[in-house]
Write a protein that binds this ligand. Structure first.
Ligand code: BV8
Ligand code: ZN
Length: 240
């Protein structure tokens, strides 16, 4: 409990606070993390192979169906006490997550390093796609809609493995981390780059990094305090 009090005190005194989150942030809302075995139909696939341009080129309906299933799942769940605690902190929020739970909890200007389930775009002209109202389609492949401008298939607005992160988002995140005096990293395995660099940049530039995760991660050595616990349980104790 000592480290919890110490962390809460550091956060209360922080002047440039950053919160960096991964899939574990949304786990208690019922959103499966990236490492979780995928449920149902998707159990046959490995997220890492589905989340690639090659998978979409090979089978656009399978990949589009997976993302639509994930978007509909996120629409059915709610932000958890961890998202609410983050929204109550005067922090810059940087997330690897593609859900909108930080925004729905009230965090303004969330930086999405890996895009969002809610910004589909044309796979060739890049035009944003405005999804038409449709009944939830359940699991399974779905033919992606055609772009209104060039009829090419629409793709999810996420960053796939092998794709570059949005330059502004990444540069903004590195700058915020480098300038932070306290960075809280929550619910990330710290395995995917360049996002996993963010807490490391904060530590290298003299910031104090606090980790909230039930498990140890490769980020442990960069963290001044490791709070072993779930986001929705620990984060409310860190809000002044
Ligand atoms: C890039 C969006 C280069 C999609 C995601 C070979 C070829 C190409 C690239 C590479 C390569 N080898 C390595 C790379 C780089 C690659 C990479 O890092 N691979 C890893 C696997 C080694 N990175 C990339 O490809 C990136 N792009 O490098 O481009 C380039 C350069 C120039 C020109 C062209 C290209 C792009 C990476 C982005 C991939 N997209 N998401 C989608 O969502 O479908 S990544 C995806 O996995 C998530 O967004 C997340 O970022 C990432 C990791 O997931 P986490 O969020 O950490 O979640 P995870 O499930 O892993 O862990 C959950 C954690 O929560 C656990 O620690 C658990 O203990 C904890 N937890 C559980 N419950 C709770 C909890 N914590 C708190 N509370 C709880 N209740
Ligand atoms: Zn188009």
């Amino acid at each position: 409990m000592e480290s919890m009090r110490e962390a809460a005190d550091l956060i209360a005194r922080a002047e440039r606070l950053v919160v960096f989150t991964g899939a574990g942030m949304s786990a208690e809302s019922g959103v499966p993390t990236f490492r979780d075995a995928l449920t149902g139909l998707w159990a046959r696939f490995d997220a890492q192979t589905l989340a690639t341009p090659e998978a979409y080129d090979r089978d656009p309906a399978l990949v589009w169906g997976w993302y639509e299933w994930r978007r509909e799942l996120v629409e059915r769940v709610s932000p958890n006490a961890g998202h609410e605690a983050v929204a109550a902190l005067p922090a810059t929020v940087i997330t690897q997550n593609v859900d909108d739970l930080h925004e729905r909890a009230g965090s303004p200007n969330v930086t999405h390093l890996h895009g969002s389930l809610f910004t589909p775009r044309c796979s060739s002209c890049g035009e944003p796609h405005r999804p038409r109202e449709q009944a939830p389609g359940g699991e399974g492949p779905r033919t992606p809609p055609g772009c209104e401008h060039c009829q090419s298939p629409v793709r999810p607005g996420v960053v796939w493995f092998g794709e570059q992160l949005p330059v502004d988002a990444l540069e903004g995140a590195v700058e915020a981390a480098a300038g932070s005096d306290v960075l809280i990293t929550v619910g990330t395995s710290g395995l995917v780059y360049p996002a996993a660099e963010i807490p490391q940049v904060a530590a290298r530039m003299g910031g104090t990094v606090i980790q909230v995760n039930p498990d140890s991660t490769p980020l442990d050595p960069f963290c001044a305090i490791n709070l072993r616990g779930a986001a929705a349980e620990v984060l409310p104790h860190l809000v002044p």
